[in-house]
Design a protein around this ligand. Structure first.
Ligand code: GAR
Length: 199
């Protein structure tokens, strides 16, 4: 069985969706560790309630490389095949990306390359786009920049607030993140430059 390592910083609803897909047999994998940079992240509590190994690794005063070395160590120890960033709000160092080359996925709440970084739903709303969505992509050391695996679009309604738009996007995040993970684990993709082609 392929082993997932989850990194999260907050609520953990994407992590919960991955765990649910595994439980229901839609995703052939196991979660071998859940790590967070924030000890108070509700996602860590959720992991513990599901009986999964969960650990906070606080950044303290470590620089990015030193901090990421601790993450790499924990993920290696858990023999992780694929790292899933499920609302993990820190940039990864080049060292981390090299350690898990092409084996790190991120979910981002916009149709990349639009609206990178924080508060993507707020950015979309204030820019005035009529369609936005979410993206699952391979992670490199740049912000929200790696090759795109899967996207889902949602309409932006005139009546939307950040909350209603975020909820509509989140529903799609919960659907496509487990699908993209399954696809990568099955090895049913190949790369053509930046393009990820389904086999
Ligand atoms: C999700 O909307 C995810 O796409 C976003 O944070 C939220 C985490 O929610 N990630 C980013 O913005 C990464 N740049 P969750 O903790 O409930 O999964």
């Amino acid at each position: 069985m392929k082993r997932l390592g989850i990194l999260l910083s907050g609520r953990g609803s994407n992590f919960a969706a991955i765990a649910r897909n595994i439980r229901e047999g839609a995703l052939a994998a196991e979660i071998s560790i859940v790590l967070s940079n924030r000890a108070a992240a509700p996602g860590l509590e959720l992991a513990r309630s599901l009986g999964l190994p969960a650990r906070a690794i606080p950044p303290q005063n470590l620089d990015r490389e030193a901090y990421d070395s601790l993450l790499i160590e924990a993920l290696m120890e858990a023999e992780v095949d694929l790292v899933c960033l499920a609302g993990y709000m820190r940039l990864l160092s080049a060292r981390f990306v090299r350690a898990f080359e092409n084996r790190i996925l991120n979910i981002h709440p916009s149709l990349l390359p639009a609206f990178t970084g924080l508060d993507a739903q707020h950015q979309a709303l204030t820019y005035g786009v009529k369609v936005t969505g979410c993206t699952v992509h391979l992670v490199d050391e740049y912000l929200d920049a790696g090759p795109i695996l899967m996207q889902a679009a949602v309409p932006v309604l005139d009546t939307d607030t950040v909350e209603t738009l975020s909820a509509r996007i989140l529903e799609q995040e919960h659907r496509i993140f487990p699908l993209a993970i399954a696809k990568v684990l099955a090895g049913s993709i190949r790369m053509e430059g930046r393009r990820v082609i389904s086999l």
